[in-house]
Design a protein around this ligand. Structure first.
Ligand SMILES: NC(=O)C1=CN([C@@H]2O[C@H](COP(=O)(O)OP(=O)(O)OC[C@H]3O[C@@H](n4cnc5c(N)ncnc54)[C@H](O)[C@@H]3O)[C@@H](O)[C@H]2O)C=CC1
Ligand SMILES: N[C@@H](CC=O)C(=O)O
Length: 438
């Protein structure tokens, strides 16, 4: 059968991995796809020393690939928003299928890109955009296609989980572990995307769109990163029986969809609490199947390449089918008026339990004043740790609350921070028991 001809744009971590996996496993891939998948052209700024491009057409102009009539599928691995958008739209305009690992691109410009692809009858596949090598998009789109999805929750940033794991287990400094994750090729070009939760919010936006059949709404996601987590929080969470993980959480509720990314206390015995290093794990609850869990490498050259090449295999199989019969890539059906109108809930309406850490002046009555504020907001305390005070020092007070509405907690924190006995901002970490979820 006629080969599928691929053009790769970008030969960095993922581009290099994709090039090497496609080359090394060419025979197996051809057997699985029913036809060979060949690299026709590669565009890069500087050659990746791990890739032997001998005999392959190369260029420094990515648009040469997007417009090359000898190419069936363009693989976008340059990253970023604007140039990648222009490149992908050019490839679509030129009738090419597109495979990308670029979650920023899909989360922010996906609605426009899918509309263009739908009109042109081409495929835009993006398995590698969420959770590296874990086939969670395929699982949601196809394996769980019979289910009404109730919630999706998971660790979806490998760099962040790598940092939290090594800070906890080895007591290492944040910056030191981040530099290591960058050297290993896990981090984004701008690592603030990893540590401030933006990358995870991109991924959660994509997962929610597929899970519930809603348009991509990155601008509605609540996003908080791990940069303010201290060693003290990690230790106190441990004392209370919890582990701090950075989670993306999306739940279907009667009021709409929750879409939130933030550090979270999870009970130590939960599966997600035991996912370490660069590994990601996503739990999905379907009404028919119940809870399911997807686990594996969330970043890195060849794990991510595994997902990119899986998309190429899908494209190779799908292009022999009329496009209206293909599994829709984004939501439930074509891009049009029939999209699901489930609203994204305001963060103020989210209900969860909280871990609070405050620094208090050691004076009689301070705890009573804090407890009164919480009680006046209808918030009850589940556990409390107050450390011994040393003369003249501020005392950390750790509180674990029962579930309450975010709006009430915002007001309680505002009032606590205004007390003369309290120094500095209150640290708040949300708690997910995941009880009803696993
Ligand atoms: N590194 C990882 O583990 C993962 C990365 N991704 C995504 O994959 C994409 C690529 O990421 P990495 O490979 O890590 O980045 P990278 O920075 O290692 O590679 C990007 C490559 O594209 C090249 N490039 C950029 N603009 C170009 C242009 N105009 N013309 C030619 N070459 C150009 C750069 O020189 C670089 O070699 C990003 O969208 C990223 O979010 C997704 C999953 C995992
Ligand atoms: N920077 C990302 C790469 C994969 O998506 C991460 O660390 O998860």
């Amino acid at each position: 059968m006629k080969p599928v001809r691929v053009g790769i744009c970008g030969l960095g971590t993922v581009g290099g991995g994709t090039f090497n996996v496609l080359t090394r496993n060419a025979d197996d891939i051809a057997r699985r796809a029913g036809r060979p998948i060949v690299i026709e052209q590669v565009a890069f700024r500087s050659l990746n020393p791990e890739c032997d491009t001998t005999g392959i057409r190369t260029t420094s102009d990515v648009f040469e690939v997007a417009t090359n009539p000898d190419i069936d599928v363009m693989v976008e691995l340059i990253g970023g928003y604007d140039l990648a958008r222009e490149l992908v739209l050019t490839a679509i305009e030129n009738g090419k299928h597109v495979v990308t690992a670029n979650k920023a691109l899909i989360a922010v410009h996906g609605n426009e890109i899918f509309k263009a692809a739908h009109e042109k009858g081409v495929i835009v596949a993006f398995e590698a955009a969420v959770a590296g090598g874990i086939p969670v998009i395929k699982s949601l789109r196809e394996g769980l296609g019979a289910n009404r999805i109730e919630w999706v929750a998971g660790i979806i940033n490998g760099t962040g989980n790598y940092i939290l794991t090594h800070m906890r287990d080895e007591g290492r400094a944040f910056e030191d572990v981040l530099a290591e994750a960058q050297a290993l090729g896990y981090a984004e070009a701008d690592p603030t995307f990893d540590v401030e939760g933006i990358d995870a919010a991109h991924k959660l936006t994509i997962l929610a769109s597929i899970a519930y059949g809603v348009p991509l709404q990155f601008d509605r996601a609540f996003t908080e990163g791990i940069s303010r987590i201290t060693a003290e929080d990690v230790e106190q969470a441990d004392n209370l029986g919890y582990v701090i993980k950075h989670l993306g959480i999306s739940k279907r509720t009667e009021a709409g969809l929750e879409l939130r990314v933030h550090p979270t206390l999870i009970p130590k015995e939960r599966l997600l609490a035991n996912v370490h290093g660069v590994k990601n794990a996503i739990a999905v609850m379907g009404d028919a199947v119940g809870p399911t869990l997807y686990y594996g490498a969330g970043a890195g050259a060849e794990p991510t390449a595994s997902a990119v090449v899986a998309d190429l295999l899908d494209v190779a199989r799908d292009i022999s089918t009329a496009h209206r019969y293909r599994v829709p890539y984004l939501a439930f059906s074509g891009i049009g008026d029939d999209v699901n109108k489930l609203p994204i809930m305001p963060m103020e309406d989210i209900i969860t339990a909280y871990y609070l850490r405050l620094l208090a002046v050691d004076r009689p009555g301070v705890l009573a004043r804090v407890a009164t504020i919480l009680s006046e907001q209808g918030i009850s305390i589940e556990a409390l740790i107050q450390k011994e005070a040393t003369e003249g020092e501020l005392v950390p007070i750790i509180l674990l609350t029962h579930r309450t509405r975010e709006k009430q907690m915002n007001e309680a924190i505002r009032l606590i921070e205004s007390l003369a006995d309290i120094a500095g901002p209150v640290t708040r970490i949300r708690v997910e028991s995941l009880d009803e979820q696993e």
